[in-house]
Every structure is written in structure tokens, then in C-alpha cells.
Design a protein around this ligand. Structure first.
Ligand SMILES: C[S@@+](CC[C@H](N)C(=O)[O-])C[C@H]1O[C@@H](n2cnc3c(N)ncnc32)[C@H](O)[C@@H]1O
Ligand SMILES: CC(C)=CCC/C(C)=C/COP(=O)(O)OP(=O)(O)O
Ligand SMILES: [Mg+2]
Length: 298
């Protein structure tokens, strides 16, 4: 099947009357297929809690009181709600770093997944939010959720490469990548954010990166790459590529300690996917870090 066939196939199966561009590279075709086919219960069951569907991880302390007794019949349901609360807390932290956003501003979510962060951004700021994903299934899902919430005039996902978006130069008051930078070259990515951001606009990413102090990507980082077909960058690459593209870091926050409780709780759940130990081990041995970087477009 060619890349173009894939696009037509997905559009037909999703019932989507939208134009789906061919992937820019064979790798992007693989990633589009990956997310079109993704249906892990850990993501769908958590999203079902309140209709915010995330494809990122969580931060913050576990509320043991809310979880109750592991022997109770309702425990697994409470555990799912708790993991979801921590994932939404992660998105709230990202939104906290966008700076003051007005109702008539436009935000861009690069690699928007099923759109959970976009909905949260609109609900907080009342502004327009434009998202891009390689996956037609995800864009369709996000747009369907926006229609269900009656916010489709403000929140829109489209199938598009984040390295070459249709957004006009300087359009965005702020833009972000929530766990989606590990699929692209960072120089290309930050050049595009720099182009679409207004001067003085804010860029934020939450990401996993390998730690240059460890030396090279550890075996656990390699496992995570293989699991998701992604290519995790080092912390040094982020800072260098930002500096090269007029993005000046205002905050670099190490969230590694804050994300460990999420992973340790998730590892006890029936919804485990098998990647939990790689995250826990690499965060603990210092080879991998969970980072928020907020930067000003100067
Ligand atoms: C792990 S998911 C994160 C989704 C979302 N940001 C969230 O927090 O729920 C990664 C996303 O990056 C998107 N992605 C990867 N490479 C991309 C590219 N070149 N252009 C647009 N989206 C891309 C995938 O389609 C997927 O939606
Ligand atoms: C921090 C790093 C390295 C992230 C890699 C990108 C990624 C796949 C994020 C989570 O997606 P998901 O929510 O679909 O994954 P899962 O099914 O494991 O919850
Ligand atoms: Mg998930």
C-alpha cells in the first residue's frame, strides 16, 4: 500500500470528508499508521472518565485517600480516575506556562493526538486552538469531541505535518508540543514554531529526553524508542535547537520526580502496557528526564 493509498483508506474508514495529504516521508507514513491503529485501553478508559482524551503521562502526588482500599471492588475504577487526574494535571501545568492568553488569540498544538489538551486550553482561555496530527483517526476523534462539546468553531484538528503547517507567519500567541517532539528533527520543528509564533509569543514543551550527563541513550531509552517508533532527543539538543531558532528558555523544569508516582501507580494497574519498567528504571538511573521547557519567541 502506498502512502497515498493509506490516506484515502483512512479517510474512507473514518468517514471523513477531508483532504488528507500524503506523508512527507516514509517514516511519517509509519507514524500515521501507528496512531491510526492505536486503541490501548489505558488511553481510552482514562479518557472516558471525563471526555478528555490524552496521549501523555501524569505528574503529581497520588491521592491515597481517593484510591481507597486495593481490596475494594471499585478500586480499579478509582485507580483509572487517579491516573487520569494526574495526566490532566500535566496538561494544566503546560497551560500555566503559556502566559496571558486572550479570547481572540490563536494557539497551536503541534502533535495534538485526540485533542484533550486543546479542549482544556479553550476551556481555560476561551480562545481558538488549532491542532495538527499525522493521524486522520485522531483528527477525526478530536473534531468529533469538539462537536459534542459545541466548541467546533474554536477547536479544530487537522491532518498535517507539524514541520510545515498552513498557519500564517506570526499567527500564534503561543504554541506547544505535549510529548510529540520525539518524532521530528528539532531544528526543523523549532524553525516552524518560530515562524508561526508572534514575536514575544510563548512556546512550551513537555517531553522525555535523555540526559547528557548519563553519556548516551541508555538501554531503557532505546526500549522506549522501539516501543513507540520514536527517537528521543537529548536535553542538550533541545536547548541548542531553541537557541538556533530565536526561542529563549524562560523556564526549564525537571518533572522527573513528579512523574514517578504516576508510573509506579500505573505499574500496579490491570491496564499496564509493558513499557512501565523502562520509564521507571530510566528515571531512577538518571539516564532519562521528564522536562518542561517554556521559551519566548524573540
Ligand atoms: C504521544 S502523542 C501526543 C498527543 C497529544 N499531544 C497529547 O498530549 O495527548 C504524539 C502525537 O504526535 C503526532 N505527530 C508525530 N509526528 C508528527 C508530525 N510530523 N506532524 C504532526 N503530528 C505529529 C502524532 O500524530 C500524535 O498525535
Ligand atoms: C515521554 C515520552 C518518551 C513519550 C513518547 C511519546 C508517547 C508515545 C507518549 C504517550 O502516548 P500514549 O498515552 O499513547 O502512551 P501509553 O499508551 O503508554 O499511555
Ligand atoms: Mg497514555
Amino acid at each position: 500500500m502506498t502512502s497515498t493509498d493509506l490516506g484515502a483508506d483512512v479517510a474512507a474508514s473514518a468517514g471523513a470528508a477531508m483532504f488528507i495529504p500524503a506523508p512527507a516521508t516514509p517514516y511519517q507514513g509509519d507514524i500515521a499508521r501507528y496512531w491510526d491503529r492505536e486503541a490501548r485501553p489505558v488511553n481510552l478508559r482514562l479518557g472516558d472518565v471525563d471526555g478528555l482524551y490524552h496521549h501523555h503521562y501524569g505528574i503529581g502526588d497520588i491521592d491515597r485517600g481517593a484510591l481507597g482500599d486495593p481490596g475494594d471492588s471499585t478500586y480499579e475504577k478509582k485507580l483509572i480516575a487517579e491516573l487520569h487526574r494526574l495526566e490532566s494535571a500535566q496538561a494544566e501545568l503546560l497551560l500555566d506556562h503559556l502566559g496571558p492568553i486572550e479570547r481572540d488569540d490563536t494557539l497551536v498544538d503541534a502533535g495534538c493526538g485526540r485533542g484533550g489538551s486543546m479542549v482544556m486550553a479553550h476551556q481555560r482561555f476561551g480562545c481558538r486552538v488549532e491542532g495538527v496530527t499525522l493521524s486522520a483517526k485522531q483528527a477525526d476523534f478530536a473534531n468529533q469531541r469538539a462537536r459534542e462539546l459545541g466548541i467546533e468553531d474554536h477547536v479544530r484538528a487537522r491532518v498535517c505535518n507539524m514541520l510545515g503547517t498552513p498557519f500564517e507567519t506570526g499567527l500564534a500567541a503561543a504554541s506547544w508540543n505535549n510529548e510529540s517532539t520525539m518524532y521530528v528533527d528539532l531544528e526543523d520543528l523549532f524553525a516552524e514554531h518560530s515562524r508561526i509564533l508572534a514575536i514575544g509569543g510563548r512556546y512550551v514543551t513537555i517531553t522525555g529526553c535523555w540526559n547528557p550527563r548519563y553519556g548516551q541513550p541508555s538501554k531503557y531509552v532505546s526500549q522506549i524508542n522501539a516501543h513507540f517508533e520514536c527517537n528521543i532527543h537529548s536535553r542538550r539538543e533541545y536547548l541548542r535547537a531553541m537557541a538556533d531558532n530565536r526561542l529563549v528558555p524562560q523556564a526549564v523544569i525537571d518533572l522527573t520526580a513528579a512523574t514517578l508516582p504516576y508510573w509506579e501507580l500505573r505499574a500496579t494497574s490491570a491496564l499496564v502496557t509493558g513499557i512501565e519498567e523502562a520509564f521507571i528504571n530510566s528515571y531512577k538511573d538518571g539516564s532519562f528526564q521528564y522536562l518542561l521547557i517554556a521559551a519566548d519567541r524573540v
